[in-house]
Write a protein that binds this ligand. Structure first.
Ligand code: NIG
Ligand code: FE
Length: 415
């Protein structure tokens, strides 16, 4: 057998486009996804896509019977593997009672101020064994993969002191090792002000103790901060992210989730990889992010759980682009499926199914500085999702099922 993979008999082949970021200008709004109508194929070798084109031609050139892996798609759609650009997927404990408390009228910030929320997860994580954190994260990765996610960003931030933050980053690395999903680690020591501390003093500990240790450990790639009323001010966030840059970490920021305090300006100023949530952002804030080449990330699952107020799509539409879409999977947003995020991006925010696909693929890849992902073209990783449905729209249209039938990671069938 020759050492190639062929997926043939594809109906709609959703190939891209590549994230143009700030550099090459946004995509035209009408055609954010390139769809071949009938009879396409994708060939992969050495983990990468080597050819896309009409199925009959590629089948002649790369006979399925000689392939290491041959998949007949039965006329179903093939999409790039999904890239989840924002999760807090490594945690311990259970907060389902807070779900109920919120339904009874308590706010997210009230719960946090009372020592619940993030602070409660911090207590549970400090008591957990690293092996258990690894096992729990692996289970979450399995669910994500079954729903088509092939690359996921995972943040620390439930330790809030050096030892546990390093343990979380180590658990993130270990869970990703040997798992088909590629895991991208982010350090988020500035996720909340720990109990008994004061914000300024804690920021100094993040800068003086945690960041040097994180650099020495050498796992984290990004540094994120919760820039928010009740968490960290713009000045404190700047202090953390600038120190992060000094320690080799690319900045990211949680901005405008509850209050518009200037986190987007900071992101633009620092040239952050992404600014995330943007639930309360003004259109001028979005404009500035786009002009600065910062990828905006919306998290419709969180908006859904917080009461159903979604970010406004208009400022993106005016610029002919769409934001990246992530799950924000965490104990406050218990949703791991990108298909569910796509549904909410469509029904809640008014994205078209094609725009939602761009949001969870190439746009999301831009948010984690992986521009070669989230597209299907020669040279891109052969991370492919085959739907068990007649159109790519089913990813968002199928509200409660899993439209994903098969997943290939680096050209190998993994689901
Ligand atoms: O992005 N807002 C801050 N961080 C997370 C929530 C984490 C938690 O509540 O445990 C978020 O929504
Ligand atoms: Fe988050």
């Amino acid at each position: 057998n020759a050492n190639y993979t062929i997926v043939h008999g594809i109906g709609e082949l959703v190939t891209g486009p590549a994230d143009r970021g700030g550099e090459r200008g946004p995509e035209p709004p009408d055609e954010p996804v390139l769809v071949r109508e009938e009879g396409a194929a994708v060939v992969a070798s050495g983990g990468k896509v080597v050819a896309t084109g009409p199925s009959d031609e590629l089948v002649r050139e790369y006979p399925p019977e000689n392939a290491a892996t041959a998949i007949y798609a039965e006329g179903n759609p093939v999409l790039p593997g999904f890239v989840d650009p924002h999760t807090h997927a490594v945690f311990a404990g259970d907060r389902s009672d807070e779900f109920e408390a919120k339904l009874r009228g308590k706010s997210y910030q009230e719960i946090l101020a009372e020592g619940g929320g993030i602070l409660r997860t911090v207590r549970a994580v400090r008591e957990a064994e690293e092996d258990d954190l690894v096992a729990s994260l692996r289970e979450h990765l399995d669910v994500m993969l079954a729903h088509g996610t092939t690359t996921v960003e995972v943040k620390s931030g439930y330790g809030l002191e050096s030892e546990t933050e390093l343990e979380l980053l180590s658990a993130i690395e270990r869970a990703g090792a040997g798992h088909p999903v590629d895991v991208v680690p982010t350090f988020m020591g500035a996720h909340a002000v720990p109990e008994g501390s004061e914000a300024d003093a804690y920021v100094e500990r993040v800068v003086e103790d945690q960041l040097p240790a994180v650099e020495k450990q050498g796992i984290a790639e990004f540094c994120d901060v919760f820039c928010e009323e009740g968490a960290f001010s713009v000045e404190q966030s700047r202090r953390v992210l600038e120190a992060g840059i000094d320690h080799g970490l690319t900045p990211k920021i949680h901005a405008d989730e509850f209050a518009t305090i200037g986190g987007t300006d900071l992101a633009a100023d620092l040239g952050a990889a992404s600014a995330d949530h943007l639930l309360q952002s003004e259109s001028s804030d979005v404009e500035r992010l786009l002009s600065a080449g910062v990828t905006p990330v919306v998290l419709p699952g969180t908006a859904f759980g917080l009461g159903g107020e979604y970010p406004d799509l208009e400022p993106y539409r005016r610029r002919g682009t769409v934001p990246a879409v992530g799950t924000d999977f965490n104990p406050n947003c218990y949703a791991r499926s990108m298909g569910f995020s796509a549904t909410l991006a469509c029904v809640g925010m008014g994205m078209t199914p094609a725009e939602a696909v761009v949001g969870i693929t190439s746009r999301a890849a831009g948010a984690i500085d992986r521009p070669e992902r989230g597209i299907i073209e020669p040279g891109a990783p052969a991370d492919l999702v085959v739907l068990g449905a007649p159109s790519y729209r089913h990813l968002a249209y199928d509200y409660d099922g899993n439209a994903v039938d098969r997943v290939l990671k680096g050209g190998k069938l993994v689901v």
